[in-house]
Ligand binder design. Structure first.
Ligand code: PDD
Length: 284
């Protein structure tokens, strides 16, 4: 397993960030996770676009052009030399005074961490996972908008810890109005009466790149899609469920708080979207 880190253009085996970097002190940073599939970068442009949107939302200037990013990502992947890569791009506010105000931070730090992809167990895809509906609420849009992918993930960390305590693989969070949102590092979907349903962006979620592709695939294949605002009770009548994310792709959820969803097995629409999504990755 080879890890290489690109720290402001320099490739290292290990990198050290200053304790005065506001990314470390305040979670004042943005990030993206990109993966490869059969050696190709998946949706890299979409991830770079979202990184820029996140940075713009927190008034952080990214010092690299897209072309420069592609060059640096390529350089780091080659240096690591793994068959399949997990690529994490982090742009921090940079070093400054220990003061919440970022105005003393001179220059953002850009890190690209490349490591082998830690694939999820095949068993998860065959049987699905158990997700817990946790008491920790997703940050409201008006506080730290979940649509901005910042390095401040404490909300999700707390939700994950709560889920783990109950033996669940992941946590499903509600927003403060009691509407379904998303899981700790993935978007949430369910199927009811042949309809694919997912919380709308308005509920306060990350606009997932995998989510977008899955919604497009569903529409192209004649599945009715609904993006909406629902309380957790709606899941009592769900027939199927799954979550999506860059590394996990489409992963079936077969129980909620230990109670089976539908017949407790990955359903036909979930399986179809799992297959279609992999087909898309194979053609990139
Ligand atoms: N997480 N929601 C949250 C809160 C996320 O952190 C992520 C991604 C997603 C799915 O987005 P996408 O399909 O673009 O990967 C949804 C990445 C993978 C992570 O933090 O590791």
């Amino acid at each position: 397993m080879t890890i290489r880190i690109n720290f402001n253009g320099e490739i290292c085996e290990d990198a050290h960030i200053s304790v005065f970097d506001h990314g470390f002190l305040f979670g004042d940073s943005v990030y993206e996770v990109i993966s490869t599939y059969k050696g190709h970068l998946c949706f890299a442009q979409e991830h770079l676009d979202r990184l820029r949107n996140s940075a713009r939302s927190i008034s952080l200037e990214i010092p690299l052009s897209d072309d420069q990013f592609f060059t640096e990502i390529d350089k780091t992947i080659k240096a690591a030399g793994n068959a399949e890569s997990y690529i994490r791009i982090i742009v921090t506010r940079g070093v400054g005074e220990i003061d919440i105000d970022p105005e003393t931070c001179i220059r953002p730090n850009v890190l690209i961490i490349v490591k082998p992809i830690a694939k999820y167990s095949e068993e998860n895809y065959i049987n699905g996972i158990n997700v817990a509906l946790v008491s920790v609420k997703r940050n409201p849009k008006e506080a730290l908008n979940p649509g901005i992918k910042t390095g401040n993930y404490l909300n999700n960390v707390l939700a994950k810890m709560e889920a783990r305590k109950s033996g669940a693989a992941d946590a499903l969070m509600l927003n403060p109005s009691g509407q379904l949102t998303e899981c700790t590092t993935s978007n949430f979907f369910f199927i009811r009466d042949q309809r694919l349903m997912t919380p709308s962006l308005n509920c306060g979620i990350l606009s997932g790149i995998t989510r977008d592709v899955v919604l497009r695939l569903a529409r192209e294949n004649g599945i009715l899609v609904e993006e909406g605002e629902w309380p957790a009770e709606v899941l009592q009548n769900a027939d199927e469920s799954f979550i999506t994310g860059t590394v996990k792709m489409v992963m079936p959820v077969t129980s909620l708080d230990g109670r089976p969803i539908g017949n407790g097995k990955p359903g036909p629409i979930t399986k179809m979207l799992m297959r279609l999504y992999k087909d898309v990755l194979a053609t990139l």
